[in-house]
Design a binder for this molecule. Structure first.
Ligand code: PAF
Length: 257
């Protein structure tokens, strides 16, 4: 498995891949878990070459504390990728990926302003900008995204269509713990108590109660609620539990019938 830390090393490696081979990418910010593993397994199965990018992208963090506390677990990430048969890990530095210091960026003016976008100003522009860069560098045929980040997934699909990028975005189902909490890199920041309490989040979201009732019940349980809203066929929600922001989504009640 190749670990490529610079754009030059990456380009040399990428340019050596024959045009006949298909390339799939799993873009990540590291702290890999079984949710990422499921994306990698599918990418590996569907492409000749499977690439994972690991880059904690500062431009998509509106809260410096969240960025500073984002878990970094490179040794474990490398082991997981090696075990899954990943061909290359691309892990650039900020200065390499943003030679313009984020002067140029991708902006979306509608759906990125809703839900998480309303609570995290600039988040989706930063996310779309880095994904565009990664796609331009990796030139993949397919890219794999988890449905847990439903709004992100819709925005990436929209960008690919808007810019005529010849890339298939492959959505992959959310992977959950036994108690239904969606896997997330941020879960490792939960204390034991908060981890137990967090299991109420997916349970309440799964009730077919009106969104206002779910918000009230979550607040009664001590969570800080950013939103619970129906969006593009899913009931999406974001809360804070013990200082850790968690998001999740399930099919909207009307889609379940
Ligand atoms: O979902 C993530 O981990 C990130 O938003 C992504 C897609 C890797 C872009 O930084």
């Amino acid at each position: 498995m190749n670990i490529l830390n610079t754009i030059d090393a990456w380009q040399n490696w990428r340019n050596a891949i024959s045009h006949e081979k298909s390339v799939g990418i799993v873009p990540t910010m590291g702290a890999l878990h079984d949710g990422h593993r499921s994306l990698i397994t599918r990418c590996r199965r569907e492409n000749d070459i499977c690439v994972v990018s690991i880059f904690v992208n500062p431009t998509q963090f509106n809260d410096p504390n969240d960025l500073n506390n984002y878990p970094v677990t490179f040794d474990e990430d490398r082991n997981l990728c090696a075990a899954e048969g990943v061909d290359a890990i691309f892990m650039p530095q900020y200065a390499d990926l943003y030679p313009d210091d984020y002067r140029y960026r991708v902006m979306e003016n509608r759906d990125s302003q809703l839900l998480c976008g309303a609570h995290r100003p600039g988040h989706f522009d930063g996310m779309l900008s880095v994904v565009m860069k990664l796609f331009n560098l990796a030139r993949p045929q397919r890219a794999y995204f988890g449905e847990k980040d439903w709004q992100q997934l819709q925005l990436v699909k929209g960008m690919v269509e808007a810019f005529f990028m010849p890339i298939t975005i492959v959505p992959c189902p959310t992977v959950r713990e036994a108690d239904q909490l969606a896997l997330s890199s941020r879960n490792r920041r939960l204390s034991n108590d908060h981890r137990q309490k967090a299991a109420k989040f997916p349970r309440l979201l799964a009730t077919n109660a009106p969104t206002g009732d779910i918000i009230r019940l979550l607040e009664k349980d001590g969570f800080t609620v950013d939103y619970v809203e129906d969006f593009m066929g899913r009931r999406c929600a974001a809360i804070t539990c013990g200082g850790v922001r968690l998001i999740d989504n399930l099919p909207s009640p009307e889609r379940q019938e």
